[in-house]
Design a protein around this ligand. Structure first.
Ligand code: ADP
Length: 224
């Protein structure tokens, strides 16, 4: 537990985002994009954010899979695309995200591994018409990413050295430009993701509290 002084404290309070957090935010939505290389810890940290802050966790891959399993016309189309090795358009993915956001009981979202590329980013901005409050960027060396993914290899068919190198290439070629884009707009919080899980999460909590309190106009808060 610790106190963080946002800018010369004048009000002090304990902030628990599990309580209704929508009040006071610009359009009631608080949105975090979580980006980083494959194996950087997105899937490890997002559930902790959900548990600690009561955010809704959205993962584009899971939404696409759920749509396929629902047997809807849209799901059949997605399945067909996958079978043919085609990439589902950003518009389809973004509409699934938008739908999940509209259905969510909370308006605090942690969006995991999205946008993957500039086209995803542009589609999200055009369709959902909101900007992320900030981006959490899990920074991790390539050697550590490879080591973790090879270790993870628990039934994930994509965790072998060939697919790992492909995914790393996609990450460096397509996702890093998205991080650069948000970085140039002052929206990126780079977190050293090479440290133990709890240390990474301590930084994550600090960043979320800081942004949330700023948006709410709270000057100091107690980390819980
Ligand atoms: P991503 O979702 O970014 O691909 P994961 O959260 O699935 O990454 O993590 C990849 C692997 O690395 C998992 O086996 C996970 O347990 C492990 N891992 C995650 N964070 C850390 C960490 N800070 N230190 C060591 N191993 C980690």
């Amino acid at each position: 537990m610790g106190i963080i002084d946002c800018d010369n404290a004048s009000i002090s309070c304990t902030l628990n985002l599990n309580e209704d957090a929508s009040e006071g935010t610009s359009n009631g939505v608080f949105c975090i994009f979580v980006l980083g290389g494959p194996g950087s810890g997105k899937g490890t940290q997002c559930p902790k954010i959900v548990e600690h802050f009561g955010f809704t966790h959205l993962c584009a891959g899971d939404l696409l899979q759920a749509e396929v399993e629902s047997g809807s016309e849209n799901g059949k189309m997605i399945e067909q695309f996958k079978k043919e090795g085609k990439i589902v358009s950003s518009e389809v993915t973004v509409k699934l995200l938008q739908n999940a956001m509209q259905k969510s009981t909370t308006k605090k979202f942690v969006i995991d591994g999205f946008p993957r590329n500039e086209e995803n980013r542009a589609a999200f901005e055009n369709i959902v018409k909101i900007q992320p409050d900030f981006v959490l960027f899990f920074d991790c060396s390539q050697e550590e990413l490879i080591r973790r993914l090879l270790n993870r290899n628990q039934g994930r068919v994509d965790d072998n050295i060939e697919t790992i190198s492909k995914r790393l290439r996609v990450y460096f070629d397509s996702t890093l430009p998205v991080i650069d884009y948000y970085s140039s707009r002052g929206k990126v919080h780079k977190i050293d993701a090479q440290r133990p899980v709890e240390e990474v999460f301590d930084d994550v909590k600090r960043v979320i509290y800081k942004h949330y309190s700023q948006k709410q106009g709270i000057k100091t808060f107690t980390l819980i």
